[in-house]
Design a protein. Sequence first.
Length: 348
Amino acid sequence: MKIVIVSGFLGSGKTTSVIRIGKYLQNKGLSVSVLVNDIGDVGVDGHVISENGLESKEIPRGCICCTLKYALEGNIALVQAQYDPDILLIEPTGVAFPLRIKEQIEKMDFGPEVSMGPIVGMIDGSKFEDLMQHSGDAITKQIENADIILLNKKDLLSTSKLSEFKTTIKEINPHAELHSLSLKMDNDSFTGFADSLFRSLKNDPFNQGIAGTGNSLHVASCTPDTDDFNHFNVSSYADSYSINSSSDQDQLAHMALELMSSIKKSVMALNPRFLGHLKMFLHTESVAFKVSVTSYHDQPEIEYVSTGANEDGKMTVFAAVTDIARDNLADIIENAVSARSGKFGIAT
């Protein structure tokens, strides 16, 4: 089993990338599993990945950089025993430093069947300047940690900005393989990256030794100060709700978009230039979709996925944003959901 870490700040496109990478590798004949880490008490992305046909497990309630390293070890062992995939894709929380995760894995005793593949680092090109202004040192460290860098959402950048950002990224990490693409719109660029990743996994150029042999990278150890996401100043809150599954698809979609717009408006009242991720996942027997907002200048986007039969109606709402206290995020979400509970049969 080879482990590939797909990292990047909140809203950079990690989940979309993991799904597309997973399906691409499956089409190449490899078995793939996914391990997802959310910083909220309730995860969203694991549901979306599972609905897209990939075996996934979630590690919620913290960051596997440091505080959840034992949960990370246990879940890798569980995936290995339960699925024994060729490839394990790990999607850490957006405030993680992936080199720390790689170091922890290399200290774990999984035997010769497990080795490390590359770290893939995601960057949202449309927010790169805002991210560097807000958390430049931390974003720089994420870039430095990557073996392969994906500059996502190039369709939202001018030619001059795209060139400028690529130059900046190469100055930070001249050794990384850099691809610019739009995960949701540009199949050719993704295929070029995915072909390169597949070749690297076959040829094994990124392997730093078998996990558990004692070969480890020299990176700063974690401290209590770095466990609490202080390097990004991000707080998070998430909760799940039962919903009336008899509502039709259009009603549910309208409610979800209205709900996310309301949450975004309340977040902007406290931080007009917030960065991070507001997202929800809703599924019933007949419909499943995700709604996302990744910064102050985004509008809510809805993404439909297939759904399994006999699902009870459930909605999970998640927020992880900069410079807002967790208690305020909790109030914003709970108030927005409660205001719509009667109309759409949401159990709060």
